[in-house]
Design a protein around this ligand. Structure first.
Ligand SMILES: Cc1cc2nc3c(=O)[nH]c(=O)nc-3n(C[C@H](O)[C@H](O)[C@H](O)COP(=O)(O)OP(=O)(O)OC[C@H]3O[C@@H](n4cnc5c(N)ncnc54)[C@H](O)[C@@H]3O)c2cc1C
Ligand code: FES
Length: 289
């Protein structure tokens, strides 16, 4: 159990630190179109560097409706360590995310995190590819920020896909003005960028460029399976951020386990970011489908 109030200490599970619980204050919760929202919150834990969230990690957000007792996992979209601001980019798909969408400026939200293993950051590369589809773009803003911190990362190719132009409004908040980032947009209906899915866009880019040092991706299951197939076939180092329905979010309930070449792995604890190669023999079986 936790006490309410800012910075109320560690949450412990099996004697191991599993994350922090904190009441944060919503400073903005803006509709971006296509059921997507951008929520900004102030975190005392981040400001005081009690927590140090990294790209690819996630938070479990508590709902107020006591019937929906399970928290909802949402990725870190961006963090500002100077101001203590955390950003979450989320899509309303059910009752839980709908409840998040009605939070107003000044609302208090209880968050648990940062949780899970994030992306391994490359520090020196000729070419990196970052791929996101739909709301899978959420963790990639922070990822690109962290990659850009290293001047030795010369070129980042960012492939962003979505259903249509409206769904791509989420890119407005991505700060993509660095000369080192080349952005390729694709949509299912061709209303913005090329009429391709993200895996097709990746194939096209790989045809015209030499293989990158690493590929990072996050997106819908089907797209991730296709990307995984490509990178494993071409033997390119790659990390993917996986999604599974979560109950505890801290490795206690095994509810989020997925099959890999080396046995079952918990997405919340061993991931959500994994090296693609661990799914190689299970091609087509990401998420256990
Ligand atoms: C590690 C992690 C990070 C995530 N990051 C983000 C993020 O940054 N932004 C964002 O919008 N969403 C993110 N999600 C997905 C998000 O957690 C779900 O959309 C949310 O929990 C749905 O809650 P709900 O109450 O609105 O929907 P529910 O009523 O619980 O479900 C509605 C429908 O969505 C499906 N669904 C619910 N949860 C998931 C899930 N985790 N994966 C696949 N399908 C699901 C259900 O099967 C059902 O069909 C993340 C999930 C994980 C596991
Ligand atoms: S959600 Fe409980 S172990 Fe992952």
């Amino acid at each position: 159990m936790y006490k309410s109030g800012i910075n109320n200490g560690n949450y412990k599970c099996s004697g191991k630190k599993t994350g922090f619980l904190e009441d944060v204050t919503v400073s903005e919760n803006k509709y971006l179109g296509a059921d997507n929202y951008l929520m900004k919150v102030f975190s005392e834990n981040v400001k005081k560097q009690v927590t140090n969230p990294k790209a690819g990690q996630f938070y479990m957000l508590k709902l107020r409706n006591h019937i929906r007792i399970l928290r909802r996992p949402i990725s870190l979209h961006s963090v500002n360590f100077k101001t203590g601001e955390l950003e979450f980019l989320y899509k309303v798909i059910g009752k839980g995310t709908e409840e998040l969408s009605i939070l107003q400026k000044g609302s208090i939200l209880n968050i648990q995190g940062p949780l899970g293993k994030g992306f391994d950051i490359y520090k020196k590369s000729e070419n990196i590819i970052v791929i996101g589809g739909g709301i899978g773009l959420a963790p990639l803003k922070q990822l690109i920020k962290e990659l850009l911190k290293y001047k030795e990362n010369k070129n980042i190719i960012f492939i962003a896909g979505g259903r249509n132009k409206e769904a791509m409004n989420i890119l407005e908040n991505f700060l993509l003005d660095s000369k080192r980032v080349s952005t390729f947009i694709c949509t299912d209906d061709g209303s913005l960028g090329e009429k391709l899915n993200i895996a097709e866009m990746l194939e096209k880019i790989l045809k015209n460029n030499k293989n990158p040092d690493i590929i990072y991706s996050c997106g819908p299951d089907k797209a991730l399976k296709a990307v995984n197939d490509i990178v494993n076939r071409k033997n390119i180092l790659s990390q993917i951020s996986m999604e599974e329905r979560m109950a505890c979010g801290v490795g206690a309930c095994v509810g989020c386990s997925v099959e890999t070449v080396s046995g079952m792995r918990k997405v919340c604890h061993d991931g959500p970011v994994f090296y693609s190669s661990i799914f190689y023999e299970n091609r087509g079986e990401i998420n256990g489908n």
